[in-house]
Design a protein around this ligand. Structure first.
Ligand code: PMP
Ligand code: GLN
Length: 378
């Protein structure tokens, strides 16, 4: 077979979750909660089915849900997005990202991706014939290397993909970096694809810098979020995009032919909650407590904790325990210590090994405590 992606294997999330299951390990690898969502949200899906929400909803999404999303963007970021022409409901963030890239990238176009980078960006760009231009995020704060960004920006640059809060590092861009990006793109035709799926998980009083807050970026940006993260239902696969009408029109040209529309009972259920600020505003404290529980437990271990400002991921440097490369260490940790983690070298084009793995703390306290009990023995 003539593969379009000859160097691409199975995503690390599938590989590590499968291994965790085979070994009976505690799975802190793939990012998903091991607890139930709000029962009222689950009940709302059943009620929507009973009420007949079982056929194709409108292509761009259920109107009441788009209205709720517009309300949220206004309340949270002070941004006015028109529910009719500037918001589209997607089958999770993964489809949103893929569709946005397909809508914007032509063969030969260059796309700047900050590394480490979520693993779907590169293949999606390459499938459109685009060329990935990696730019480093610099440890320990994982802020962009702006000198390298300037060097990567060329007349062929079509798109910059920004992910803040950031998977896998748990960092979040400060306002200054958003302003630098806006200044560097001023006067260009470059678009921004802003992956903000962890928008509500920012800790220690930080503020999430959505593109929606920054008019100079918002006018050229497609923003992406995921209800899977915000409502603890990653398997429901519902998310959304927001963008100025002209950009959204391009997005919808592709969206209508790759999914057309999204699960209607789930959309109806989210419509009943998505405009309610308390729910998403509780999320930061909820996950900050889990972060702190994991960190204080691991303080007694030989793992070195990196800073964690946001998301539900904690990076740990394991070099006091092992000199294995991170992929081998993650496998060893799963098999021998019974805790599955994600090696982070897979998120960079050169697979640079830093002796760091990622632990997901979107878990019940008992799960975190059990994992800590195993990790402090190493
Ligand atoms: N982007 C990032 C940075 C993510 O971490 C994830 C989920 N792991 C996604 C996109 C995909 O989100 P969804 O599950 O809604 O497709
Ligand atoms: N986003 C999740 C993570 O980073 C996993 C998503 C997936 O499995 N594709 O772990």
């Amino acid at each position: 077979i003539d593969s379009r992606l000859p160097d691409v294997g199975t995503t690390i999330f599938t590989v590590m979750s499968r291994l965790a299951q085979q070994c009976g390990a505690i799975n802190l690898s793939q990012g998903f909660p091991d607890f139930q969502p709000d029962p009222a949200l689950a009940a709302a899906v059943g009620e929507a089915i009973a009420a007949g929400a079982n056929q194709y909803p409108p292509m761009a999404g259920v109107p009441a849900l788009r209205e709720a999303i517009a309300t949220k963007l206004q309340l949270e970021y002070g941004a006015a997005y028109d529910a009719e022409s500037e918001i589209t409901v997607t089958a999770g963030a993964t489809q949103a990202l893929f569709t946005a890239i397909a809508a914007l990238v032509s063969p030969g176009d260059e796309v700047i991706v900050f590394e480490p980078a979520y693993d779907s960006y590169g293949p999606a760009v390459r499938l459109q014939g685009g060329v990935v231009r990696p730019v480093a995020l610099l440890a320990p704060e994982w802020r962009p290397d702006w000198a390298a960004f300037r060097a990567a920006l060329t007349p062929r640059t079509r798109l910059v993909i920004v992910n803040t809060p950031h998977n896998p590092t748990g960092s979040a861009w400060p306002r200054e970096d958003m302003e630098t990006l806006a200044a560097l793109l001023d006067g260009s035709r470059v678009c921004v694809l802003a992956d903000e799926v962890y928008e509500h998980m920012v800790f220690d009083g930080r503020r999430h810098e959505s593109v929606a807050r920054h008019p100079a970026l918002a006018q050229r940006a497609i923003g992406v979020s995921s209800f899977g993260k915000t409502y603890h239902v990653t398997g429901w696969k519902v998310g959304y995009v927001f963008a100025p009408a002209a950009l959204m029109a391009e997005f919808r040209k592709v969206h209508q032919f790759n999914v057309f529309t999204v699960n209607s009972p789930a959309q109806a259920a989210f419509a009943s909650v998505a405009g309610r600020a308390e729910t998403w505003r509780e999320l930061a404290a909820f996950y900050q407590a889990k972060r702190d529980r994991l960190r204080s437990g691991l303080a007694a271990s030989r793992l070195r904790l990196l800073p964690c400002a946001a998301t539900y991921f904690q990076l740990v440097d394991y070099r006091a325990i092992s000199d294995l490369p991170d992929v081998a260490f993650a496998e060893w940790l799963t098999r021998e210590a019974g805790v599955a983690a994600i090696p982070i070298s897979v998120f960079s084009h050169d697979r640079a090994d830093r002796g760091i793995v990622r632990l997901c703390f979107a878990k019940q306290d008992a799960t975190l405590d059990a994992a800590v009990a195993r990790l402090v023995c190493l």
